[in-house]
Write a protein that binds this ligand. Structure first.
Ligand SMILES: Nc1ncnc2c1ncn2[C@@H]1O[C@H](COP(=O)(O)OP(=O)(O)O)[C@@H](O)[C@H]1O
Ligand SMILES: O=P(O)(O)O[C@H]1O[C@H](CO)[C@@H](O[C@H]2O[C@H](CO)[C@@H](O)[C@H](O)[C@H]2O)[C@H](O)[C@H]1O
Length: 528
């Protein structure tokens, strides 16, 4: 926390503080750089930051004061600048509110207009939470000098909650955005890294809620959009129904795999019937989500499209760019790989470069009549909440590494299916290779058992997934196209993951490498 002597004009109350240039400069130069670097949602920590600039200050009235939405532009020594949303409010140190603010929400202690208090991240200030909910419930518009903030209510907000008092709190989950919970009934996400254009998550969730009867996402309850006069809209937040979940599916699958590992160490290959039922249920919900997104009569943003030249070129370029980057990363980190199994997999990948590139080129001219639609885009077990007897799909923001326009590109829904298949591969591999129980066992036997588990789950998922569409369906022309596209998307995902693991979890590098080698073996079979 910063304690600084802020040189303020004492005549200015907090409500007019944005007009005080010295104060704004103090924030930009002294207070925000160290504070923002402590925040989990700030993605620029690893790069050298050259400038913090408050580009906009948007005022939100509170019951007894105001909060300001600061738009903070961060520039780096390389790469594009990024804009972040930081809402701030001032709390009198003597008030009971001040004692409830978590240390990570305190930006600075300050004396403003002779009053000592805290400048806080306003998501921790109950007055701000309440203002957000009320504005949204009443579809308010806040008019600013040139712009406005538009609060829209979605179908998911019940009429009975519009005027009734509602409790509010910050959800204690640290991730790339921030979340607040209202009345234990609504989940509101405040986006931190801002993008010009409507956030794809709002597009997707509102489309599914308003235009389909797919019930396995939390219903859309509203959005907060900053509408600028001569610039694109920027989504600041979104509210959905709150899901009472026990765990996410990554955790649930982990418990199944634990039981499997235990049986394996007793020389038994045992998968409970329940596991297959759960995999089938998730496959069915995934297919139902894609059926809801297949909407031939809808507006352009959601109508199906063919595998045209533009998309083929995009897909080919993305895959080959990723391959180039990952080969370079692997060469740079090769000497640090000491595990012989990982080394062997890395060699297989390096030696197969030509084969992979030749296979990737097929994207450009192979006959593909299957269609493309909007998809989840970052689909893995961690994005599915388990409610006990069913699944709810969340986090439609798309792939973290992609730009917003890339995230809105339509793909074959098999890209999501491949994401989930990769996730099952991770689930079995991470336990089989990293658990105490299997440490002393013959690695080849462990690998064979992991492969068998994976293949059974893959077949179970894919059969149920495709069956749910009924045949024929315009999204999948024939088995030949399904098999080709699955291999392309599995390859793309595993190659992406290789970079993620080299950077974040070097011990897990062998998992995506094995995923890549599995695809290589399939390509070889096709050539035989
Ligand atoms: N509608 C919801 N109801 C209850 N919890 C939710 C809901 N949506 C997300 N969560 C919880 O919040 C966490 C972060 O949500 P997510 O959408 O993944 O946010 P981020 O964009 O920050 O990654 C999830 O892992 C989940 O635990
Ligand atoms: O959920 P995020 O959007 O932050 O995705 C990133 O982190 C994921 C890990 O949390 C990573 O997912 C990979 O590991 C998962 C297990 O931890 C596994 O289930 C996924 O299949 C695998 O891709 C994701 O790749 C990365 O973008």
């Amino acid at each position: 926390m910063n304690e600084i002597a802020i040189n303020l004009n004492p005549k200015l109350p907090w409500e007019s503080i944005h007009e005080d240039k010295d104060f704004v400069r103090s924030l930009e130069e002294l207070i925000l750089p160290p504070y923002i670097n402590t925040c989990r949602w700030f993605a620029g920590k690893a790069r050298k930051q050259t400038l913090f600039q408050i580009t906009n200050i948007l005022e939100i009235p509170l019951s007894d004061s105001v909060a300001f939405l600061l738009i903070v532009k961060v520039s780096y020594d390389y790469g594009e600048p990024e804009s972040y949303l930081l809402p701030v409010s001032f709390i009198d140190a003597a008030s009971s509110n001040a004692r409830e603010i978590l240390p990570k929400g305190i930006i600075s202690i300050a004396i403003i207009n002779k009053k000592r208090g805290l400048i806080v991240d306003a998501i921790y200030d109950e007055r701000f939470q309440q203002a957000l909910f009320k504005n949204l419930a009443h579809t308010e518009e806040i008019f600013l000098k040139n712009d406005k903030i538009l609060f829209s209510r979605g179908k998911g907000l019940s009429g009975e909650d519009i005027n009734a008092p509602i409790s509010s709190r910050v959800l204690p989950v640290d991730s790339s955005n921030s979340a607040m919970v209202f009345g234990e009934k609504y989940f509101m996400k405040l986006y931190r890294k801002l993008f010009e254009e409507t956030n794809p998550e709002v597009d997707m969730v509102s489309f599914l809620t308003e235009n389909s009867d797919f019930a396995f996402i939390p219903a859309f309850a509203g959005s907060v959009v900053w509408k600028q006069k001569d610039a694109p809209d920027i989504t600041l937040g979104m509210m959905q129904r709150m899901v009472e979940n026990q765990q996410d599916s990554w955790t649930v699958t982990g418990t199944y795999v634990d039981a499997f590992v235990e049986s394996f160490t007793d020389q038994t290959f045992a998968i409970k019937e329940d596991v297959f039922q759960q995999v089938e249920l998730l496959a069915q919900r995934t297919a139902e989500m894609h059926l809801a997104l297949y909407s031939p009569d809808s507006e352009e943003g959601f109508s199906p499209e063919p595998f045209d030249e533009e998309y083929r070129t995009f897909l080919y370029k993305r895959l080959t760019d990723l391959l180039d980057k990952r080969y370079n990363m692997l060469i740079d980190s090769y000497t640090s790989i000491t595990d012989p199994v990982t080394q062997k997999l890395a060699w297989d990948f390096m030696e197969s470069r030509e084969l992979i590139e030749e296979f990737a080129r097929e994207i450009l001219h192979k006959d593909i009549e299957s269609l493309r639609v909007r998809i989840h885009g970052d689909y893995h077990l961690g994005q599915v909440l388990a409610t006990g007897n069913d699944y709810i799909i969340i986090d439609f923001e798309g792939e973290p590494e992609s730009s917003i326009s890339e995230r809105k590109i339509k793909h074959s829904p098999l890209k999501d299916a491949a994401g989930m298949i990769r996730s099952y591969h991770y689930a079995i591999s991470s336990k089989m290779f990293n658990s105490e129980e299997t440490k002393e066992l013959d690695i080849k036997r462990v690998q064979t058992a992991a492969d068998r588990w994976y293949r059974l789950v893959l077949i179970t998922f894919m059969e149920k997934y495709l069956d749910t569409f009924g045949k024929p369906h315009p999204l999948f022309k024939n088995n030949n196209e399904i098999n080709f596209l699955m291999l392309i998307y599995l390859l793309e995902k595993a190659v992406y993951e290789l970079g993620y693991e080299i950077c974040y979890r070097p011990d897990w590098v062998k998992i995506p490498l094995k995923g890549i080698v599995n695809v290589i073996r399939e390509i070889e079979k096709l050539k035989m």
